[in-house]
Design a protein around this ligand. Structure first.
Ligand SMILES: Cc1cc2nc3c(=O)[nH]c(=O)nc-3n(C[C@H](O)[C@H](O)[C@H](O)COP(=O)(O)OP(=O)(O)OC[C@H]3O[C@@H](n4cnc5c(N)ncnc54)[C@H](O)[C@@H]3O)c2cc1C
Ligand code: FES
Ligand code: FES
Length: 468
């Protein structure tokens, strides 16, 4: 079966290529569209940014993504735009290109195609073009020589132009694609997914590929069987009741964000610091959990929020508190042929407060050294209940039981907050690595309690240092 997608408006049918060929390599080497650049090949620099469009519920949605991390079958059934395809004609540039020329927003030009594509996606969206939104859009595009002032100026001028409102045809994706001894499966329902995973228990599951894609683009590993989760209808559902909200495991950060912003604003702030827009447009919460990294950002938050995982296989469905999912370094409780179906989070009661803090060397586009997540219930300044979890402080994201015990029933004041480092030292055994030393991790994890205290006390001073 050939893969089918449109590329800058022209239908393409591709077969006879490896399913792990990256979209970047396809564009540059096979489609001969060399405007899209390779800088880092690991999702950091944005030089490879392209835009994917889908029709969804009738309205086209345009998303900036990193071509270096995508495998070609992820394009099946989509509309793809590269920098060569945004101008109406040779004489009529896209408003974004025009503005970049006028503001002198480019010097060596290496980053420019990626920046054009990120701004093109913003222009096609319905997002309000605020300074914050421009910052958010450009955080995944590194320019080392122009400086961002003229680029931001171009964004302000061009992204308010009306979206093109192109009518995009709905295309269908194949159920599977095979080349040589490599196969790529795209199940559409959860029963199909369980069936194909049972038949191929060693297959790699692929959500957005922002972790798995690095094995292909950077490590050049040859993966033999891949099962894509992002077209499985049940894994894309978001269901909300009076008491909880359930995200399908293949829901992307970008799609989950409006719900999380409404229900857990502090968690949403942390999510906007996961990678970049390009990463969040394809990266999934299920992938962040399945990857089982000790420094993944969402697991500590989900543990503190008392989330439950719904796991699925041909043997049926089971539920597990997320803190029991992580067994040891990168080892999870998943059985052969089993996968994460959904993540269910209880809503906060009126008495509960939730805060999450991420400590990393840079504000944007950086992996955490430490994440602290806290759900606290206070009454008359006494701690009625506390759920605490840290990432980056042990081989797994882990609950702080000694910390919780020390807090519950005690007065909630600065003196209590200042003693928490002692209990953190009981709960955790961080390591020293290139992100932070063990001593730094302990110190900062303890200090975050003082920040939590200030935050819940409605402190006037700014507690979040933001780069805008
Ligand atoms: C530039 C860059 C920046 C990043 N920044 C951050 C960051 O700030 N914070 C952070 O936490 N992470 C970060 N990441 C890592 C990554 O983006 C996240 O972990 C993301 O959530 C992975 O989701 P995905 O859908 O892309 O996973 P994939 O790469 O598709 O999969 C990741 C793993 O999860 C498994 N998996 C996927 N879906 C399921 C499922 N349904 N059931 C069981 N297993 C499953 C896969 O088999 C694989 O082992 C970054 C990555 C990049 C490239
Ligand atoms: S080449 Fe750097 S993000 Fe893709
Ligand atoms: S113009 Fe040279 S890197 Fe941006």
């Amino acid at each position: 079966m050939a893969l089918q997608f449109t590329l800058n408006g022209e239908m393409r049918e591709v077969s006879g290529v490896s399913p792990t060929l990256t979209v970047l390599d396809y564009l540059r080497e096979q489609a001969e569209l060399t405007g899209t650049k390779e800088g880092c090949a690991e999702g950091d620099c944005g030089a490879c940014t392209i835009v994917l469009a889908e029709t969804g519920d009738g309205k086209p949605s345009y998303k900036a993504v990193n071509a270096c991390l995508l495998m070609l079958p992820q394009l099946d059934g989509k509309h793809v735009f590269t920098v060569e395809g945004v101008a109406t004609s040779d004489d009529l540039l896209d408003p974004v290109q025009d503005a970049m020329v006028k503001t002198d927003g480019t010097q060596c030009g290496f980053c420019t195609p990626g920046i054009i594509m990120s701004l093109f996606a913003l222009r096609q969206s319905e997002a309000e073009v605020t300074e914050g939104e421009i910052h958010n859009t450009l955080a995944g595009n590194l320019c080392r020589c122009t400086g961002y002032r003229p680029i931001v100026e171009a964004a302000r001028e061009a992204c308010v132009a009306a979206p093109d409102g192109l009518a995009l045809e709905t295309l269908k994706a194949n159920d599977s694609y095979q080349e040589g001894n490599q196969s790529f499966h795209t199940p559409k329902s959860i029963t199909e997914m369980a069936e194909v995973f049972t038949a191929n228990p060693d297959a790699n599951l692929l959500g957005g590929g922002t972790d798995l894609g690095i094995l292909v683009s950077k490590e050049r590993e040859v993966l033999s069987t891949i099962i894509q989760t992002s077209r499985v209808a049940e894994l894309l559902e978001i269901n909300e009741t009076n008491t909880d909200i359930t995200f399908g495991a293949a829901v992307t950060y970008s799609d989950a964000l409006p719900f999380i912003e409404r229900l857990y604003p502090s968690f949403a702030t942390l999510i906007t610091r996961i990678g970049s827009v390009q990463i969040r447009n394809v990266g999934t919460i299920g992938g962040n959990i399945g990857n089982a990294s000790p420094i993944g950002d969402t697991p500590p938050c989900l543990i503190a929020l008392d989330a439950t995982l719904v796991l699925y296989s041909q043997a049926g469905e089971r539920e597990l508190p997320i803190e029991e999912f992580f067994l040891d370094y990168r080892k999870t409780d998943l059985k052969a042929g089993e996968f994460i179906k959904a993540i269910r989070l209880p809503k906060l009661s009126n008495a509960q407060e939730f805060r999450a803090y991420k400590i990393s060397k840079r504000y944007d586009q950086d992996i955490s050294a430490v994440v602290g997540a806290y759900r606290i219930e206070l009454e008359d300044n006494t701690v009625l209940d506390a759920r605490i979890a840290y990432g980056g402080m042990a081989a797994i994201p882990k609950r702080g039981v000694a910390c919780e015990t020390a807090l519950i029933g005690n007065a909630w004041d600065l003196a209590t907050a200042m003693t928490m480092l002692d209990f953190i030292q009981e709960d955790y055994q961080p390591i020293s690595d290139h992100r932070a030393s063990k001593e730094y991790r302990f110190q900062v994890a303890g200090n975050l309690f003082q920040r939590l205290y200030q935050d819940l006390s409605g402190a006037d001073e700014a507690l979040e240092v933001v780069a805008v």
